[in-house]
Design a protein around this ligand. Sequence first.
Ligand SMILES: [Zn+2]
Length: 197
Amino acid sequence: MEPSPAELEKIYSQYTDAELVHIATRSAHHLRPEALAVIRAMLRARQVDEAVFQGIDAAVQPVDEARVQEQVALIRSLPCPECGNRSAPLNAVLASRAISFVVMTSYDRTPYIGCVPCLERRRTKATLTSALAGWWGFPWGPVRTIQALVQNQGQKSALRSSAPSDVLVAFVVENTGKIEAYKGRPQELVTMITAPL
Ligand SMILES: [Zn+2]
């Protein structure tokens, strides 16, 4: 049975403001309208920033190209989350990594946002890790390793360009509601684009 609004209220009251903003902006499409209404009312009662409600609206609306462009420019204007550099617009790459353990090969692709030198380091590191640790698994090691090396090589041209990469635009589209909610709070945005260690 689905929880009633009163039960939802009880559940959501245990979350912090930031957690509720995250749920409402990142999972808006998966929430029932009643659940979203409960979260909105709770955030109203907690007197959060008005921009948060604009963010929730943005998350449930169809993608607005003008807003995406504005948000891409905003994200690019932030200091690099890795080194603090703010002399050039930020960009994003997908770093692909293959690591093998005898019969097992893991393959992951992680998006990173940062200044070009930091992204170049991330990309090189993923390539080196794959080149050193990717091959040994059977049968997928060599396949995944080549896949990672090709992918990382492909990201090189994205980094040479002054235009925002597809990875960055995709990140913004996916996070449009949350970026809208925190557009006046650069520190929150920097936290958002910081890669997990
Ligand atoms: Zn940097």
